[in-house]
Design a protein around this ligand. Sequence first.
Ligand SMILES: C[S@@+](CC[C@H](N)C(=O)[O-])C[C@H]1O[C@@H](n2cnc3c(N)ncnc32)[C@H](O)[C@@H]1O
Length: 379
Amino acid sequence: MIRKFPSSRFTSLLSAAKPLRSFACSSSPAREPPLCALFSEAKSSPTSNTLSITPKTPLFLRTPSHAAPLSEVWKWHDWAKDLASSVEHPSTDPDDSLDSAALLRELKWLIEDSIIDDHPVIHRRETPNEGEQSVKLRASLEELYDLWRQRIEKRRPFQYVVGCEHWRDLVLCVEEGVLIPRPETELIVDMVEELVTGDEWFKKGIWADLGTGSGAIAIGVAKVLASPGKVIATDLSPVAIAVAGNNVRRYGLEGMIEVREGSWFEPLKDVEGKLVGLVSNPPYIPSGDIEGLQAEVGRHEPKLALDGGIDGTDCLLHLCHGASRMLKRGGFFVFETNGDKQSKMMVDYMSNDLKDTFSDLKMISDFAGIHRFVTGFRL
Ligand SMILES: C[S@@+](CC[C@H](N)C(=O)[O-])C[C@H]1O[C@@H](n2cnc3c(N)ncnc32)[C@H](O)[C@@H]1O
């Protein structure tokens, strides 16, 4: 079951809708054998904070411990449809309005996640006494009323309502405190996959995903590596660390991904100069733009994941400097940016202020043709 959100919805951080750009990587110079032994020496030290955070169970993974007569479920469904259909389209700000058609699609997904086995029963009302049959649910009807109200009245993102997001071939647990991974970020994994295909040095080396959030990129990258390839996933947010760790466990990738709490390169001291790849989708929204974000994003997603400082480039610039220290010669990096202006600024900065540090600096477009990513290799 892969859910794709239409590009115009829930995508204030991004844009979408163009075929994947071609991406050519040059082969890397001067390579040393990967020092994977170092990985096992590098023990993460989760703080007591992290240990005390238990990630929430998404709706689709809950046990179906509730039941209700089908007639009551029909009543809820009719109410939910009416509420979705009644949303207005304020002409003043079409980017920040709710869309009935999209909500009805989400309602269908909410039903799929909450009703066990035979969810088509909700649409079938053939005989009057059919309503007496009992339906098994993963949430009480009371909670379903509440969740749908939160979605529409509080503009709580659908992904937080159901507790998961479908991203690439993954279904990732998400909750408040963790950024919902966006479709264009999938391109980072596509780039890594293209690079490592047929290239053992990249495929079996140590990678880092900085600001891992739900662990989306780290998990996507780990899945295209081969043993003894590893990914170290870091984040400053204890909630992100707990959620990423949970997603890593759910995909059985504990042997390939180590999740470490801390700020950017601080938890990576033991692998300085030893990474073959560095990937990051850091916070890059200019501080002044945060207030104008779509309600679902601005009101509910963590500021720590969004705010990139005055012009949005604080974290990106920090990452550029770190990449020069952390990567082996020939190592690859890809950073996501806010778009054309930031990407160009990063390439100019790395070509001039960090002259002779990187090669093959490129701006890579997203589905909408916006220069969303900056890539390059450590000289
Ligand atoms: C835009 S989100 C990206 C999350 C995830 N990689 C994704 O693409 O869905 C940026 C992430 O950086 C993290 N972050 C912010 N400041 C950080 C710091 N100083 N050190 C490490 N991570 C940080 C946030 O907690 C957030 O998870």
